[in-house]
Design a protein around this ligand. Structure first.
Ligand SMILES: Cc1ncc(COP(=O)(O)O)c(C=O)c1O
Length: 378
């Protein structure tokens, strides 16, 4: 049964998530071309949208070579015919579930990441079906400080050697996220990229001296892969994800301009509160998520939810179902936002905002051309 969708974005009930298909296609094409020019493989991350359609566009229709953030996503993409999937979250023994073993047995290529001997030993102790090996990446921390074994630690060599020596493990190479490239400071971003790629290559060379070969050396975040320095060409693979939609955070980081932000939330003005100089919209944190710039982002002058065409407005607070907006100069001109009028909010963090929605309405100009339904869960 084909779904009856409204013809234009103006007929949709609010709040809802809009995705501009023309911008999505442009963002995907740019990243594909950039990787080709640099001579590195693109392995896009699916975490931002978690949809079949977005995955097809990001892989240029091949449905091969992706990263996912949860087991649920891995199963969803496998069920939709995708192959060569990395689960991009570190394995510990306790996470080796039946679902994980099934994926490793059923896919031609399914890869996991470890950043500890504990996790690796758990995999070594878990047999797969005959002829199958665990395909393993070492997650490396090159200075971001989230997950990953610190690049300079002796343990990084020990993990890689143990993986390489284990008969039921195929060691693939190195993976790092480079989340510390999220900065508006271009010089700092370039330094981070250089340091990250140099550290990865240094570790690769250390492993090589210890007899361990890295087939893949991958790095990637949207800020680094959107404005890569030449040094990233020394790697084999890039794995950004957010670029499919982009968001205000990427604008602030100089990854893109507002014109490249492909998603926004449509919301309706539901109340005027001149006594406290606010307008109230029907988009609260259930429709937007709570992620927003903090004191580390003084450059984010438009706040967590910039309004398309209205830089004078700022989202002051969000409760469950409403957002309270104020004027940046303190005084609202209510004639500009009549009750019932629509505003379009750009997300600060599109992964977070998208995760609040069971459906994304796909549009070209004002016309609705489809609906994407993401997978949800872990
Ligand atoms: C492990 C990993 N790889 C790749 C990415 C993609 O980075 P970005 O969201 O900046 O595109 C992320 C994002 O959080 C990640 O956690």
């Amino acid at each position: 049964m084909t779904e009856e969708l409204p013809k234009t974005i103006h007929e949709l009930e609010t709040p809802c998530m809009l995705v501009d298909i023309d911008k999505v296609k442009r963002n995907c094409q740019r990243m594909t071309d950039r990787c080709k020019e640099m001579g590195v493989e693109l392995r896009p991350h699916m975490k931002t949208h978690k949809t079949k359609e977005g995955g097809e566009l990001m892989t240029n229709g091949t449905k091969r070579k992706v990263v996912v953030s949860t087991i649920d996503e891995a199963i969803f993409y496998a069920d939709n015919g995708f192959e060569d999937i990395i689960w991009g979250s570190p394995i510990v023994k306790e996470r080796i579930s039946k679902r994980l073993i099934n994926l490793a047995n059923r896919l031609e290529e399914f890869h996991v990441m470890v950043d500890s001997l504990q996790g690796l030993k758990g995999l070594i102790a878990t047999p797969l079906k005959e002829g199958k090996q665990w395909s393993v990446f070492l997650e490396v921390d090159c200075g971001y400080g989230r997950t990953g074994c610190l690049w300079s630690k002796e343990e990084a060599v020990e993990i890689a050697k143990t993986a390489d020596d284990a008969p039921n493990v195929k060691f693939q190479g190195l993976y790092t996220h480079c989340g510390n490239s999220y900065t508006p400071d271009v010089e700092q971003k370039n330094r981070t990229q250089k340091e990250t790629s140099d550290r990865l290559i240094a570790l690769k060379n250390r492993l090589s001296k210890n007899g361990v070969d890295c087939k893949v050396v991958g790095c990637g975040s949207t800020p680094s892969c959107s404005k890569p320095i030449d040094n990233l060409s020394t790697l084999t693979e890039m794995h950004p994800g957010n670029y499919i939609f982009n968001d205000y955070n990427q604008v602030v980081c100089n990854s893109c301009t507002f014109d490249d932000v492909a998603c926004k939330i449509a919301t309706t003005v539901v109340s005027h509160k001149p006594e406290v100089q606010t307008i109230v919209v029907d988009c609260g944190w259930t429709a937007f998520g709570l992620d927003g710039p903090n004191e580390n982002w003084p450059q984010a002058v438009l706040g967590r939810a910039p309004v398309e065409g209205h830089p004078e407005l700022i989202m002051d607070r969000m409760t469950q179902e409403v957002g309270k907006m104020k004027a940046r100069n303190g005084e609202i001109d209510y004639s500009k936002y009549p009750l019932g009028s629509r505003l379009y909010l750009y997300p600060w963090h599109s992964c977070c905002t998208a995760s609040q929605h069971p459906v994304y309405y796909i549009h070209s100009g004002d016309k609705i051309v489809g609906a994407w339904r993401p997978t949800r869960g872990w």
